[in-house]
Design a protein around this ligand. Sequence first.
Ligand code: ADP
Ligand code: MG
Length: 603
Amino acid sequence: MAKIRVLPETLSNKIAAGEVVERPASVVKELLENSLDAASTRIIIEVEKGGQSLIQVSDNGVGMRPDDARLAIERYATSKISSVDDLFSIQTLGFRGEALPSIASVSRFSLITRDKSSDAGTEVIVEGGNVKSVSEVGAPPGTMVSVKQLFFNTPARKKFLKTVGTEMSHIAGTVARVALGHPAVQFRLVHNRKAVKSWPHVSRHLDRIVDVLGKDLKSDLHAIELKQNGLSISGWIGSPRITRRTSRGLYIFVNDRFVRDRTIQHGVFKGFAQRLVKGQFPIAVVFIKIPFDQVDVNVHPTKNEVRFVNPRQVHEAVKSAIAQTLYEIDRVSWRPANGSQRPESQDASTVAEPMTSYTPPGSVTLPSKQAKFAYTESDSRQPATDDWQPATTRHPPEAGSQEPLFDSKGFSALRVVGQLHGTYIVCESDAGLVLIDHHAAHERILFEQLQRRAADQQAAAQQLVVPETIELNFREAEILGQMLSDLKTLGLAVEPFGKNTFVIKAVPALLSGRDVKPMIYEIVEKTAAAGYSAGLKDVLDECRMVMACHGALRARQALTGKQIEKLLRQLDACDHPSHCPHGRPTWVRWDLATLEKSFKRVL
Ligand code: ADP
Ligand code: MG
């Protein structure tokens, strides 16, 4: 007797449900996708008990005719694809034809739908996968799906449901993500008959982003825009000063589908390179439009993952788009944007702006002073290294995407008051008080000088009067041995001296007088950790960072007025003056309004 048998459909649907319907939020996601695919402009999501007793999604989309309504709950029934070829150019959010039957197999399910040309609607009732009735009902055009008692017949799944609060927050997160990507659609979320959130239709995408992510972010969001190789990247990124502790502030959409994708995430981080310290995550909403045949969305039943034909290209484009915008805002963003308080972003911004988040109770926000000068000489300078510059010119950000920024003459226009603990330069600006961490600032300056010299192919090296020898272990010696010609381009002349010994003959001029051995050890260690392949830009940048750090002014060091002046001038000449190469801020500021509040001059 054959041991293998074909499973009945109710059972195979339940198996599919195991993948597609993990929790109430997954039901919400699938129903929302169906409503969007049906060209709805208004979608209402009503939930009871965190989705455990009811999830109901109603839309004003195209609806279904009676025969389609009946088919919709069949496995592999879809209106969205019809041939194998279609599978490789999917333009809709759904295509697998399994969401409705899966959901209906693990709940008490009903579907009421009507297309515009029909006089009446159709109601299909299914319980645990068994069709109970199909009947004609009065209904407005559109579709309403109700899912009651989710998992009533799969107790094992039900047991894994978390508290109402947790499930509800997953649902709210799902609706928010969908809303982020569809500004022209109106969404309303109701929990236990109370409106939780309503997102009206907006014509400017930024308005929806701000509505979802929080109004306090508005002045810290900057547009990204890049078109290259048939790819289009757009969206908004948060200023590097506003960070999160997890990647949850990252929203990535590929052809309007929210996805989780490591390649793109990595591209985002690369775009933010040298602006975040370890453990900080940026805020970014990135929309990628890519020809449908260049991306495979049939990777996982939840359709949250995609595969690109050319992932490198996508990675580069995302990185370039972000780097370009950050390059532009870096040059002006060190000045107070508007002196506004950001109590919500308090924990995220403590590193950069410890005091601005302090708001005395009951205080009011004063309009901050605005500096009225404009960029003069510095804005005409071109970046020294432009390998990340996009091929196309940048489109201007959507009007009003940034609060008015004020312009400035730059760091050298600050009035230097003195030094604090030999570590911070204290400056007065028109808008308030600025502190500069001279080690971080100098590190940035040296790093960019080293990069520029590399671009010019001429590292200013200084021969050591007495060459120094350095002894390494076997593995380190092997790595250093491979790096010699690259180090030479950085102005570091090191030669083999038998076995695991090397001799240092020349160092970059900016390191003259410094103890270079610890620096070589650190370069080798870092390279060993990162993995070395000759000429790799990242490795060389890492070496430059180590060199800049070793060559930079130390903390707790008195500086002369001339030294400070020079430092500020050099900072102005930097492409990315606001962060040291490791991502620490080089300056922080307190605007007058904050100071006045702290002293209770204003309440
Ligand atoms: P898929 O979305 O992958 O096609 P589903 O099981 O989610 O599969 O839906 C099956 C079919 O039911 C869809 O292809 C669509 O034709 C129809 N459908 C589902 N929801 C709606 C809706 N809200 N409005 C109009 N048609 C819908
Ligand atoms: Mg679907």
